[in-house]
Design a protein around this ligand. Structure first.
Ligand code: DGI
Ligand code: FE
Ligand code: FE
Ligand code: FE
Length: 187
């Protein structure tokens, strides 16, 4: 599907401030993808569709998880974790995205996972650091990522996990697996 069609659907699917977030993710992801040999259309599709079902009803999201045989342990965790997995299904079924790399970048953008691809890392980082994101430490993370993507990605994962632990919220296994993968891979 062409970019304009996807963007039209995105605009229908979420409030305008989240469209701005989505466009920020696209811009940041394109910029970060220069670290890798990534296909521009794949980067754009993953970025534009990553939050496509974030504003859907909780019961609808739950039904999609059940109907599509997505991991049911998601239901034991916060609803925030559901939109990424369901988003990948919708990207495939409604937007005709067949590339598993793009679908996985959408599917794992919230938690990360063990053994993330370059596109998965780019979308994860862009989601956290796009220009409209503001939180203490965001500029440090932007600097790190721009200096050395791999080191910066590590800092982003450590930041996200620390934030969850500080809030005392349950951590989904993929989030922990992502953290373990990152710290085990340190040189
Ligand atoms: O959809 P966005 O707001 O752009 O961002 P997101 O999909 O990356 O994250 C949504 C929320 O999910 C964010 O507040 C952090 C939270 N989150 C990420 N991993 C975990 C988590 N929440 C819990 N409880 N457990 C996790 O492992
Ligand atoms: Fe999201
Ligand atoms: Fe995120
Ligand atoms: Fe997002």
């Amino acid at each position: 599907m062409v970019r304009e069609k996807i963007l039209e659907a995105v605009t229908q699917a979420m409030p305008s401030n989240r469209v701005v977030h989505t466009l920020g993710v696209e811009e940041t992801a394109i910029s970060l993808s220069k670290n890798f040999a990534l296909n521009l259309e794949d980067v754009q599709a993953a970025a534009l569709l990553h939050d496509i079902v974030k504003f859907e009803d909780k019961n609808w999201l739950k039904q999609q998880i059940l109907d599509n045989y997505l991991p049911t342990d998601l239901l034991e965790f916060h609803v925030e974790l559901w939109h990424s997995h369901v988003g990948a299904v919708v990207a495939k079924e409604q937007f005709g995205i067949t590339d598993e790399t793009v679908l996985n970048a959408i599917r794992f953008h919230t938690t990360g996972r063990d053994g993330m691809s370059a596109l998965e890392k780019v979308i994860y980082v862009a989601d956290l650091l796009e220009p409209n994101r503001q939180f203490p430490g965001v500029d440090f993370l932007r600097e790190q990522v721009n200096k050395d993507f791999h080191k910066g990605f590590e800092e982003c994962v450590v930041h996200s996990l620390s934030y969850l632990i500080k809030k005392r919220v349950p951590i989904y296994p993929d989030s922990l697996a992502c953290y373990n993968d990152v710290v085990k891979g340190r040189k």
